[in-house]
Design a protein around this ligand. Structure first.
Ligand SMILES: Cc1ncc(C[n+]2csc(CCOP(=O)(O)OP(=O)(O)O)c2C)c(N)n1
Ligand SMILES: [Mg+2]
Length: 891
């Protein structure tokens, strides 16, 4: 039995005596009737104590020992010797890959100490657990610690999946031969990596929601149930990111026993110890246990077992529990003599315990995460565990085996080893290469028919193939034709509705589609009612793995809160990050589950890109597809909510993501055209892209779609209303609800000032700019050929006069077009902080109302000598546009 309690060694008082008797009685119950009865007894005592008003503390920590006692371990099933040799070769090649590159190309970077701490944790998985397939079904999903990528490459190199040429081009991606990306990037190595993980915290969060999404797909019968697991390898430093731990309770709430976190507790992060003055393992144990996870600690290797067995008083454990992580790190850094003096030396009994061991043996006493036997047993328990997710807290040494770089604060940044360290590495891990090759950091590949290669390939064959790989199945998708969106194209027949309402009706229609309806995944972060989505909740239900265990108070109402086991909506609660993780799981299901699902993540646009931008970036890297829908958009259209809610910049942020196609539609038919074409491109033409669409809550009549505007909608601009009074002398661009202001301005100009203007709907400045940039590039690269014209110039060909562009977004959005236009356009936008007020006041404040647009037109015409300057100045006063107030951009 583990020395769980610190037994009072000397019984000096009556109380000591009494405690000894209680403990003895307890031991008897456990010995005679088993641990469960022991637990029952304790629980009964705790209840009794609480009834009696005794303040019983809640303990979430177990002793600083392995969760699985040695007596309960099963033997290791593999060939330990051979696996060690294989692991050593991988260690070597991983290190050599980084070392060589940094010698050749100083500063190119890479990491050697992280993988060295992780090698056993990964290798036991690769040899015995990570399944690449379950029969015909896809296999486990593994989120690797991003900066341990050299180790993953080194294994793939031995497996024959990466060539020597590729490995030699680690971090050289632009040199002809396909190089290896620094970190896991599906965008860059699309047949290898699945999950971008290197931005700390995103891997664990995405893994958690991936596990839930897998169950969602199973419960909705979109995939077969399999024993598939999701493994997430996480750094202990990485757990400081709120994304890592912030959503843990989802795992226990949803009983995600398909999920295993392995936290590589090497006690260090980049700068130094993770918890120098504390114990990260204890902190994480309490955190995960408190969140309802199954916690398995892998603290000490087998060589500690006899010491624990010989220590009858629990003093060894006591000494371990006294040490803070900073000391544990120093012990590893300073070696055996220091450990004897400072660790064991504190108590004479402990010194005696290890008197038969040399300093070297003391130094080598293994941490659990480096002992395949301990790791295997932990993994076995984890995969067999049911009812909750499991976290394995594996204690390791950063820079394990790197000699003088082991457990040093600077080890994370170590890129090269000195000649002597290379030789020592070679000796320590028995790398069969000559000394001189070792000093060159040469790669080592055993012969094709070597025992090592045969063994590792055979293990992978047994486990269904190689990992990681990202293979795409050929999938069929029936995009509904544009005719099927007829309701959205027909307009609202004079009824005032918002684009949000129009979108919700469209989504309801899509959900009814006999072919693809079931593939739609609506995701909402507790904003369904804000967007009027109650009808969708009623229509397809909220996914609830337990069904609905209560009678909702509103069940008599038409639109009651309906939760179902096979519900379709992912109602995530107030977590944009979690919702984005679900969006990522769904948006990549085509590659991870061979099932296309079409996510529509509808959220408060302000809380999108600026809040969870890094997750969006990783989504794009993962070749995610789907629709991000930023509702309650627009700094002046969202009334009342003020500074922290009114979004006037998400389109700027959207423009930074290469695969994001962002649209700011004014009318529902525009949305229909964008969504229909988007589905066709993403799922039929297999284009790696996704969409961002802003929606507004301002009600106005939705016109019927004019003829021939589809291409313009998709490319970014079309003429919406021509001047009714002769050839226009000024052009008005409008987007979103501000298009209506442009139309009003057109009327003011015509009626009051006899100025003819055309009005254009600009659905996407971002798309127009992208097209212009790529045309310009082509022209630059082909000076001898006749230049091509960007779409924007073709679209407005023949349109005369200056351009006034008004938007509910920042001026930089329309400004994007300036380089290609005859003259700089006049941008009216919403730079600055929002305010609480109604739309009329907001638009006046930000100078994007019809009057501001009309006066801007007169003003620029006056500058061009096409309108009387004094009359233009007077117009500001007549139309109520303040000329001497402060600029709202700085107000
Ligand atoms: C969001 C983010 N911030 C910072 C970094 C830079 N960074 C890369 S690795 C690292 C330390 C990681 O420590 P830990 O998670 O303990 O992993 P270990 O290397 O110790 O296994 C840091 C800060 C990053 N990759 N992502
Ligand atoms: Mg660490």
């Amino acid at each position: 039995m583990n020395p769980v309690l610190e037994f009072p060694v000397k019984l000096e008082t009556d109380f000591d005596q009494e405690m000894a008797e209680w403990l003895e009685a307890f031991d008897e119950v456990v010995d005679d009737q088993g641990p469960n009865k022991g637990a029952d007894l304790l629980n009964a005592l705790v209840r009794r104590a609480r009834d009696a008003g005794v303040d019983v503390p809640v303990h979430l920590n177990t002793p600083y020992l392995n969760t699985i006692p040695a007596s309960e371990e099963v033997p290791y099933p593999g060939d330990r010797k051979l696996e060690r040799r294989i692991k050593s070769l991988i260690r070597w090649n991983a290190m050599a890959m980084v070392h060589r590159q940094n010698k050749k190309d100083p500063g190119i970077g890479g990491h050697i100490s992280t993988y060295s701490s992780l090698a056993t944790l990964l290798e036991v998985g690769f040899n015995h657990f990570f399944r690449a397939s379950y029969g015909d079904e896809p296999g486990d999903l593994i989120y690797f610690q991003g900066h341990a990528s050299p180790g993953v490459y080194a294994r793939a190199f031995l497996e024959g999946r990466l060539s020597e040429e590729q490995v030699k081009n680690f971090r050289h991606e632009l040199r002809g031969t396909p190089g290896l990306s620094s970190y896991p990037h599906p965008w860059l190595m699309s047949d290898f990596w699945r999950f971008p993980t290197v931005s700390m915290g995103l891997g664990p969060l995405n893994a958690l929601y991936q596990a839930r999404f897998m169950q969602y797909l199973e419960n909705r019968e979109l995939i077969k149930k399999t024993p598939r697991k999701i493994w997430a390898f996480v750094g202990d430093g990485e757990t400081d990111e709120p994304e890592t731990l912030g959503s843990l309770s989802l795992g226990s709430r949803e009983k995600l026993d398909n999920l295993i976190f392995v936290v590589n507790c090497n006690l260090q992060r980049l700068d130094g110890p993770v918890r120098g003055n504390g114990k990260i393992v204890n902190e994480l144990e309490a955190y995960f246990r408190g969140a309802g996870w199954n916690v398995i600690k892998v603290m000490w290797g087998c060589d500690w077992d006899p010491l624990f067995a010989a220590d009858k008083t629990g003093l060894l454990l006591k000494r371990m529990e006294e040490c803070v992580d900073g000391e544990l790190q120093t012990f590893k850094a300073k070696g055996g003599a220091y450990i004897r003096k400072e660790f064991f030396g504190k108590y004479p009994e402990l010194l005696k315990l290890v008197e038969h061991m040399s300093d070297d043996e003391l130094h080598r006493l293994t941490r659990g995460g480096h002992d395949p036997q301990k790791v295997y047993n932990a993994y076995l328990r984890a995969v067999q565990h049911t009812g909750s997710p499991t976290v394995i807290l594996a204690q390791t040494v950063k820079g394990y085996g790197l000699g003088s770089a082991e457990a040093r604060n600077a080890t994370h940044s170590e890129k090269k080893l000195a000649d002597q360290a290379l030789s020592a590495f070679r000796t320590r891990f028995d790398i069969p290469i000559p000394e001189s090759a070792a000093r060159d950091g040469s790669l080592y590949l055993p012969a094709e028919d070597s025992e090592e290669l045969q063994y590792m390939r055979e293990r992978r064959r047994q486990l269904g193939g190689f990992i990681p790989t990202r293979e795409l199945a050929k999938l069929h998708f029936d995009t509904p034709s544009i005719a099927e969106f007829s309701e959205s194209l027909a307009g609202s027949k004079g009824r005032a509705v918002s684009t949000t309402m129009g979108y919700v009706s469209m989504l309801r229609q899509l959900l009814k589609d006999p072919k693809i309806g079931k593939l739609i995944v609506p995701i909402i972060p507790d904003e369904g009612r804000t967007f009027g989505m109650e009808s969708i909740i009623r229509q397809v239900g909220i996914y609830a793995s337990k069904g609905q265990l209560y009678k909702p108070h509103d069940q008599d109402m038409l639109l009651y809160y309906r939760e179902e086991k096979n519900g379709q909506i992912l109602e995530e609660g107030i977590t944009e990050a979690g919702s984005m993780a679900s969006f990522t799981a769904s948006g990549t299901s085509y590659s991870n589950y061979n099932v296309i699902t079409v996510p529509f993540f509808t959220y408060y646009s302000m809380f999108g890109f600026q809040r969870i931008g890094d997750l969006v970036w990783a989504f794009a890297d993962a070749r995610g597809k789907g629709f991000l829908v930023g509702a309650t958009a627009g700094r002046t259209t969202l009334l009342g909510e003020g500074l922290q809610h009114q979004d006037g910049h998400s389109h700027v942020l959207a423009s930074t993501v290469p695969t994001c196609h962002a649209y700011d539609p004014a009318y529902v038919y525009e949305i229909a055209v964008i969504v229909q074409d988007g589905m066709r491109r993403m799922y039929e033409l297999n284009q790696d892209r996704f969409y961002y669409i802003t929606l507004y809550n301002e009600d106005y009549p939705m016109p019927e779609m004019p003829k021939g505007v589809e291409e313009g909608i998709l490319r970014g601009i079309y003429k919406y209303r021509e001047s009714a009074k002769g050839k226009a002398v000024v052009q008005l661009f409008g987007s979103g609800p501000i298009l209506n202001e442009a139309i009003k301005a057109q009327e003011i100009l015509a009626e009051k000032y006899s100025v003819a203007a055309d009005v254009w709907s600009v659905t996407s400045y971002n798309e127009l700019r992208r097209d212009a940039l790529s045309t310009e590039r082509w022209n630059r690269l082909h000076p001898a050929e006749s230049p091509k014209k960007p779409y924007i110039l073709n679209a407005i060909d023949g349109a005369e006069g200056p351009i006034i562009a008004a938007t509910d977004y920042m001026k930089i959005v329309p400004d994007q077009l300036s380089p290609w236009l005859r003259e700089r356009l006049v941008s009216l936008g919403t730079d600055g902080f929002g305010r609480s007020d109604n739309r009329q006041y907001l638009r006046r404040h930000f100078e994007v109302n019809a009057e501001s647009i009309a006066t801007a037109a007169l003003s620029i015409l006056a500058r061009h000598g096409k309108f009387d300057a004094k009359r233009a100045q007077q117009a500001f006063q007549d139309l109520g546009v303040a000329t001497e107030g402060q600029d709202p951009a700085v107000l």
